[in-house]
Design a protein around this ligand. Structure first.
Ligand SMILES: [Ca+2]
Ligand SMILES: [Ca+2]
Length: 332
């Protein structure tokens, strides 16, 4: 502005003075330091809000990364092991064991089944009833056996040998040279001398109305029902039975004709006759019934053997013994 004029006014001054003056003028008229340095300061002041923004963004991003890191860490350490225990078995062994024991407890069949009330589910058997039935099955069915036991294999069951006083371990119980079964089939006592009728193990019963007599084991119980029906049962449990029922032979048929008339659909079994000719008879095919008539063909006697439980074959020989020793007209 006026520098040129001032320089021209002071033209007479020495160069040194002039330079000093110029320097001093320059300094004096220089712009105030606050203003002169303001360019950099302003720059700094002007750029400060931008730096704050950057710092804030960095902090936010850092925070987000930290949160993500924490979430991931929690997932690795807690959630993932609980989902898949086998991933890190060593660190989470206790957790796995706890889970296993918890699983065992909650999946115990008894607990699961006892939750089901049996009253609301009548068609479903719960475990308790199954256990009860198993216990019933394990309970031995007393002395009743579905098997025929013959310890000495002589054809007489152990049950029959006991009834007749014979030895179930000896084929020839009385040692007379004749096997037990042969003696019985020929009306001899297998456990001593004499005939079967003289055995202390057997008794005779005569029906007062029909006048027939039968030989039966004393160990059994005899009942005479209505005069025309005699029933023999095992005394203890009445499980096995042999009965004799009378009926009139109105047409005086032979026993074979009578059988065919009564049971036209059935096969006939073995035919037998009394040694003294006092009766003739025939078995049913399964040998659980025997039908005979007396010599006069006036009466029919029906013999049958059975068991409430078990196998009546335990007394097949006894059944035959009773038939063979039957006397239709004992008093005549
Ligand atoms: Ca035997
Ligand atoms: Ca003998």
């Amino acid at each position: 502005m006026n520098f040129k004029g001032k320089k021209q006014e002071k033209i007479g001054e020495s160069n040194e003075e002039l330079s000093k003056r110029l320097n001093s003028d320059f300094v004096v008229h220089n712009m105030p330091s606050p203003l002169s340095s303001s360019s950099e300061t302003n720059k700094a002041n002007f750029s400060a809000p931008q730096n704050h923004k950057k710092t804030g963004i960095i902090i936010i991003i850092g925070g987000i990364l930290l949160i993500i890191g924490l979430i991931y860490g929690a997932y690795i350490l807690i959630i993932k092991p609980s989902l898949n225990p086998s991933v890190n078995p060593e660190e989470n062994l206790e957790t796995v064991n706890e889970q296993a024991s918890t699983t065992e407890n909650t999946l115990t069949p008894n607990q699961e089944l006892t939750v089901i009330p049996s009253s609301t589910l009548p068609g479903i058997e719960v475990s308790t009833s199954t256990v009860a039935s198993t216990t019933e099955l394990e309970t031995p069915t007393s002395t009743i056996s579905s098997m025929v036991v013959d310890s000495d294999s002589d054809g007489l069951s152990d049950e029959e040998e006991k009834l007749l006083g014979a030895d179930s371990t000896k084929i020839d119980s009385d040692g007379d040279g004749n096997a037990d079964l042969i003696e019985i089939k020929n009306n001899y006592n297998p456990a001593g001398t004499g005939r079967l009728a003289s055995s202390s193990y057997l008794a005779s019963f005569t029906n007062p109305l029909l006048k027939y007599s039968i030989l039966y084991p004393k160990d059994w119980t005899l009942k005479n029902l209505n005069g025309n029906e005699t029933v023999l049962t095992t005394s203890v449990d009445e499980n096995y039975f042999i009965q004799v029922i009378h009926q009139n032979n109105t047409n005086n048929l032979s026993i074979l004709d009578w059988f065919q008339t009564e049971f036209p659909e059935q096969q006939m079994g073995e035919a037998r006759s009394a040694a003294d000719g006092s009766w003739s008879g025939v078995y049913s095919e399964d040998k659980k019934a025997f039908y005979l008539n007396d010599q006069a063909k006036a009466n029919i006697y029906v013999f049958s053997i059975g068991a409430v439980e078990g196998n009546s074959a335990n007394f097949t020989n006894l059944f035959e013994l009773i038939i063979d020793n039957f006397k239709p007209n004992a008093t005549k």
